[in-house]
Design a protein around this ligand. Structure first.
Ligand SMILES: C[S@@+](CC[C@H](N)C(=O)[O-])C[C@H]1O[C@@H](n2cnc3c(N)ncnc32)[C@H](O)[C@@H]1O
Length: 295
């Protein structure tokens, strides 16, 4: 009860925060890692890329990270900037699987930065994986520094995303690539504030109006920032429904039940109960992988 009151207090404080960047940070600080990552092996926070037969968000989360790496054209020895890295799982995976030389991470949420820094130290990778506080629209790096800039399900938060595109262009070396995995509406005609299902509350509370536009506008903004060979592909069919099913099934998963309190299991079941509304609103959202090259 006391904990619920505290969460409610934090939620109200977040929603009434005017500055968009502070609001997003507070949004991420409300979340309880003990529930979010119960019975999981990774801390991926993205919705995942769901192939036939995949039932784990850990597998789907990593698959999305690898799709993004492929879209960005990661090569061994690349220096990568990862903006909005969450807890950093994908950065360790890219060092391991894609053999990139170095990953720098920028994030506004101190809890995420500290976790990723601790992990880098523990794994003896503090040189190759460097994480720091900062915001996407003021990247603390010199011009022409990186081979690749990526944002794995984070650019929808940036205020505004177009300013991040300009910053990504600036810090990329000529010949470098920006790639994002991102959330946008399918149509410019869907009012952002009309999305009302509880599990989709991030749309209302953590996406600025400036970022609420369709794929065509997304491509225009990348081109306006100077990017060439812009490509914005929908992967909607491999994202939302797999994520929804995973989350809706969690409360009946014995491993999840064993790790969290009964009240949290009940809360989660309630949160995902309105399948009809959630599916209807998810059908209004696109999920894209976007790529642009710096000439
Ligand atoms: C949905 S999470 C995705 C995390 C991670 N990429 C993953 O796939 O698990 C979004 C992340 O973006 C970060 N973020 C939000 N706004 C940001 C900003 N303006 N600059 C940098 N990071 C930001 C959040 O703190 C959070 O870590």
């Amino acid at each position: 009860m006391f904990e619920n009151m505290r969460t409610l207090g934090r939620l109200i404080r977040t929603l009434t925060t005017k500055d968009p960047v502070t609001r997003v940070r507070r949004f991420y600080e409300i979340q309880a890692p003990g529930v979010e990552f119960a019975a999981r092996t990774t801390r991926y926070m993205n919705v995942g890329y769901w192939e036939e037969g995949v039932t784990s968000l850990d597998v789907a989360g990593e698959a999305l990270a690898m799709k993004l790496a492929d879209a960005a054209g990661f090569k061994p020895d690349d220096t990568v900037l990862d903006v909005g890295f969450g807890y950093g799982d994908q950065d360790f995976a890219w060092l391991r699987n894609r053999r990139v030389a170095k990953v720098h991470g920028i994030n506004v949420t101190p809890r995420h930065v500290e976790h990723a820094q601790d992990r880098a130290r523990e794994e003896g990778l503090a040189e190759q994986a460097q994480f720091q506080l900062g915001t996407a629209t003021e990247l603390p790096f010199e011009d022409n520094t990186f081979d690749r800039v990526v944002a794995l399900e984070s650019a929808f938060h940036f205020y505004p995303r177009s300013a991040f595109f300009a910053e990504a262009f600036r810090v990329l070396k000529p010949g470098g690539t920006l790639a994002t995995a991102d959330i946008i509406p399918l149509s410019n005609g869907t009012p952002r504030m009309s999305i009302s299902a509880g599990p989709l509350s991030f749309v209302k509370f953590s996406i600025p109006d400036e970022n609420w536009h369709d794929r065509a506008r997304y491509a225009e903004q990348l081109a306006a920032a100077g990017f060439a060979n812009v490509d914005v592909q929908s992967i909607q069919d491999h994202t939302w429904e797999g994520w929804r099913q995973f989350q809706a099934n969690r409360p009946s998963d014995p491993a999840f039940q064993a790790e969290v309190e009964r009240s949290a299991v009940k809360g989660m079941a309630n949160h995902w109960r309105d399948e009809k509304l959630i599916k209807k609103e998810l059908a209004l959202l696109d999920y894209v992988i976007a790529v642009g090259h710096k000439p």
